[in-house]
Design a protein. Structure first.
Length: 141
């Protein structure tokens, strides 16, 4: 019978990932990852959660073997996708969708910063224009 360690290893292989590929995500050595999965211990829940979040794997499938391994696009950040008005092709891999969502958030943050800079500069221009007009009126008198 499969347990969550078997299923995380199955998912890893299905995704074409090596233990080396997971070292940055888990922040532990590839050998430690391999040993934790093979020996079936010492893999903290946070590592399972990171793997699940990063690769769009169903938590229910990892924990209990119920349902499909990969989440459907509709199940992933459905509300956030609606909120961001972000459209995507249902054939895209979940990793691509997540990367695009992260990049969209980054671009939105950059746009907000730029808008704030424009607002500040506009106020400064208005202030300087008023001062200049005061000096012009004083000079005429």
């Amino acid at each position: 019978m499969q347990d969550k360690y078997d299923r995380i290893d199955i998912a890893r292989r299905e995704l074409g990932l090596t233990y080396e590929d997971l070292k940055d995500l888990f922040d532990i050595s590839p050998d430690a990852i391999r040993k934790a999965i093979v020996v079936r211990k010492n893999l903290k829940p946070i590592y399972f959660n990171k793997f699940i979040d990063q690769y769009g794997i169903s938590k229910e499938w990892i924990e209990n073997g119920i349902g499909e391994m990969k989440l459907l696009h509709e199940e992933i950040n459905e509300e956030e996708t609606k909120k961001d008005n972000f459209q995507f092709d249902n054939n895209w891999p979940i990793e691509v969708v997540r990367i695009l969502q992260v990049h969209k958030k980054a671009f939105d943050a950059i746009q907000k910063i730029q808008d704030n800079k424009i607002e500040i500069l506009t106020k400064k221009v208005e202030s300087l224009t008023k001062e200049l007009n005061k000096f012009k009126s004083l000079k005429k008198n």
